[in-house]
Design a protein around this ligand. Sequence first.
Ligand SMILES: Nc1ncnc2c1ncn2[C@@H]1O[C@H](COP(=O)(O)OP(=O)(O)OP(=O)(O)O)[C@@H](O)[C@H]1O
Length: 261
Amino acid sequence: MAMDDVLVQTRGLVKQYGTGARVVDDVSFAIRRGETLGLVGESGSGKSTVARMLLRLVEPTAGEVRYGGVDLLAASSGEMREMRRRMQVVFQDPFAALNPRMRVREILAEPFAIHREQGSGNRDQLVVMLREVGLDESALERYPHEFSGGQRQRINIARALALRPEFVVLDEPVSALDVSVGAQVVNLLRDLQRQYGLTYLFISHSMPLVRYLCDRVAVMQRGRLVELGECAQVCEKPAHEYTRRLIAATPEMPGDRGLHG
Ligand SMILES: Nc1ncnc2c1ncn2[C@@H]1O[C@H](COP(=O)(O)OP(=O)(O)OP(=O)(O)O)[C@@H](O)[C@H]1O
């Protein structure tokens, strides 16, 4: 793999809390520009911890994270500030992630304020952001509780994309939604990826969803990376017994309803 195809690279990533067991143990992988890398594994296997280390929201105990060739862990606070614009995250719970006391207008304008982008985040721009995620300007003056779960996740996505990042961590973004609503959000994420050339790390429990959205998939078991490969290959011919069990444990989505619509 040519180095300029790689956006994010980890080497020997370790996380240990206190004297406990390693929750992430010697994890190395690369995420290519423009791809969606799936990250699967049962609850507690360390997926979110890996993602948080990639974003430097959690400091690794050992190992290396390179982002666009830059050593993220050695970056100064000024450099880190610039990097943070380029990487975003969308979490599972679309309600918890939105401040209930802020109107959608304020929620969407916040990233511009945080990064002191003067003149940006004006009303016209916010309306464009809403349209991109399938909402209209009537949303601007409303509060998060006035929206359904799927709509709230769309607002989260609009906010995550406000500063035009290149890399987005999707941490179980549709797990809290009904299957058909989740399928619509997944299709939106895929469309936005094509439109903006985004690179995704998609954390999920659902092998069918991973297969639908991801180019490659990495499988974690108890802090270790046990398998990484092309999605179709891993789903059809899993090399590791643990991957086989994960696939067997996830029911097919009913006729992939909604996904191809
Ligand atoms: N701040 C912390 N202090 C101590 N242990 C932690 C901390 N954060 C996470 N852990 C532990 O690290 C392990 C991995 O957690 P992590 O959330 O990364 O797993 P996960 O694969 O994302 O799980 P899930 O699918 O449930 O989100 C778990 O055993 C968890 O209890």
